[in-house]
Design a protein around this ligand. Structure first.
Ligand SMILES: NC(=O)c1ccc[n+]([C@@H]2O[C@H](COP(=O)([O-])OP(=O)(O)OC[C@H]3O[C@@H](n4cnc5c(N)ncnc54)[C@H](O)[C@@H]3O)[C@@H](O)[C@H]2O)c1
Ligand SMILES: O=c1ccn([C@@H]2O[C@H](COP(=O)(O)OP(=O)(O)O[C@H]3O[C@H](CO)[C@@H](O)[C@H](O)[C@H]3O)[C@@H](O)[C@H]2O)c(=O)[nH]1
Length: 462
């Protein structure tokens, strides 16, 4: 029987996932550990508004369980030692060096966790891969464990997480499915059942799918590849719509009503962002190539290429429309997060569009309701396109959306935050240079209303 759970990694997945497990399983003790002391201090902040991740509803869940059976700590060894089940939920970013650079997942943090568990464990443990990992990573973890030399028995499970940011709490409470992969021998099946028992505290049993471990690992990459493929597919058609007079919203509606296609994930946009889609597809491409499956690799690579094209062409559209120069012109950015209802900016399209406009000597001024100034400069500086000072001079962050739009030549919508729909657009129009352009990278504003005010309005795909 599982009593103590440890989760290594207090990030966007570890934090919310463990908060829900603790809320729904008051009989379990859940400790989330991280090497990042500042992040753990934020999770422990008495002011719940200061927890490091913004997700609708998360504050309530953390408020209920924290210091009851949910703990955040930097004492990694202690939590491993006490745990019966250990989730590995550390980051697995695209490798930035050496073999597989720019393609494969960097597994150094996962391996460090495995080695730390192997070193510290004195009792049998179930290790759960929660991070997204290349298929067959469990064999690496197993090999490290089997050579730990301490006689402890380990079972390795794969339990990929399918939550989307911005809807994490809801996704965790009502998942489409929970996927658990494990060994097919008796010990493996027993370990799977221990994890099934935890989820079945709130997830209907028919939604808990158990598979072999390789199917589970691979399914996570494939799910993201399929979702991202839909976005790239609709984005590719958005460009065709702009040439032909078809409207992408109408096309998406028309095809989405076919139940075989389905209506979700057909929103044309300035391109997908987030920490997962690109990383996971690159990983899939790398795995396919490593098995010599070049056609498979090329097929999936195209999803990324189309996304790069979509981001690039949004920036180019702004430059071309503003009479082929944005030099010295103020472009107001509404939104910086990679999607609404999150403060996460990883791989956000806004970063790449801003970079392209700065390269054209534009003046970018940004407002995002949840992203702070520091993060915005960090994102831009990370690209390394120009000196940090030049980014500081070219881009400004303000707290008031009306100030951001004042005396701008154009407004660009980069994130679909709901509040943007309810702004006083007439007021914004009166304080902008004319013609006043809007580039709606999320198709959230009302074209007719804006045109009536006097704006020149461009959306994606019409
Ligand atoms: N973000 C998402 O929406 C999402 C959804 C599903 C799956 N995933 C996957 O989950 C994994 C984690 O993603 P995330 O967004 O939570 O990452 P994150 O960067 O927000 O969090 C990872 C945390 O792990 C910590 N960490 C790294 N190495 C450590 C170690 N050795 N010991 C202790 N702590 C360590 C880091 O300090 C960091 O706080 C990734 O594999 C990702 O692909 C993410
Ligand atoms: O029709 C759509 C849907 C999404 N997007 C964009 O695609 C990106 C990703 O969106 P979404 O998938 O909703 O958010 P993520 O948090 O990145 O979640 C994805 O990545 C997670 C990490 O692996 C998985 O767990 C989730 O199941 C998967 O949806 C964002 O930039 C969205 O704006 C569009 O442009 N059009």
């Amino acid at each position: 029987m599982i009593k103590n759970i440890c989760c290594i990694g207090a990030g966007y997945v570890g934090g919310p996932t463990m908060a829900i497990i603790a809320q729904k399983c008051p009989h379990l003790n859940v400790t989330v550990v991280d090497v990042d002391e500042a992040r753990i201090a934020e999770w422990n902040n008495v002011n719940l508004a200061a927890i490091p991740i913004y997700e609708p509803g998360l504050v309530t869940v953390v408020g209920e369980a924290r210091n009851r059976n949910l703990f955040f700590s930097t004492k990694v060894d202690e939590a491993i030692d006490e745990a019966d089940m250990i989730f590995i939920s550390v980051n697995t970013p695209t490798k930035t060096y050496g073999l597989g650079k720019g393609m494969t997942a960097d597994l150094k943090y996962v391996e460090l966790c495995a080695r730390q568990i192997a070193k510290v464990a004195k009792t049998d443990k179930i290790i759960v891969e929660k991070s997204t990992l290349p298929v067959r990573t469990a064999s690496t973890i197993k090999s490290i464990m089997e050579n730990s030399g301490n006689g402890v028995k380990f079972q390795i499970l794969s339990n990929p997480e399918f939550l989307a940011e911005g809807t994490a709490v809801n996704d965790l409470l009502y998942p489409d499915r929970v996927l658990i992969g494990g060994g097919t021998d008796e010990d493996g099946r027993r370990a799977i059942q221990e994890l099934v028992a935890i989820y079945s505290n709130w997830v209907p049993i028919e939604k808990i799918l158990t598979t072999n471990i390789w199917s589970s690992e691979l399914s996570k990459l494939v799910a993201n590849a399929f979702l991202a493929q839909r976005v790239s597919s609709i984005n590719s058609i958005s460009e065709l719509c702009e040439k032909t007079g078809a409207d992408i919203t109408e096309v998406a509606m028309a095809i989405g009503l076919d139940s075989r296609i389905g209506s979700k994930f057909l929103k044309a946009s300035v391109g997908f962002g987030g920490s997962c889609f690109q990383k996971d597809i690159l990983n899939l491409v790398y795995i396919a190539k490593s098995y010599g499956l070049d056609e498979v690799a090329t097929y999936w690579e195209q999803v990324i290429l189309m996304n790069d094209h979509q981001k690039r062409r949004f920036g180019q559209k702004i430059v071309k429309t503003l009479y082929n120069t944005v030099s010295g012109k103020k472009i107001a950015f509404l939104g910086w997060a990679f999607k609404k209802d999150t403060n996460d900016t990883r791989e956000s399209s806004a970063i790449f569009v801003a970079d392209a406009l700065l390269a054209e000597q534009g003046k970018v001024v940004v407002y995002d309701p949840k992203v702070n100034e520091n993060q915005i400069y960090t994102d831009l500086n990370y690209l390394g396109t120009r000196a940090e000072m030049a980014n500081q001079n070219g881009l400004t962050v303000l707290q008031d959306p009306y100030d951001v739009c004042r005396e701008a030549h154009a407004v660009a919508i980069l994130t679909e935050w709901d509040e943007f729909k309810h702004y006083d657009w007439e007021r914004i129009y009166h304080h902008m240079y004319k013609p006043a352009f809007i580039f709606d990278g999320r198709n959230i504003l009302n074209k007719k209303e804006l045109e009536n005010i006097g704006f020149v309005y461009y959306s994606i795909g019409s």
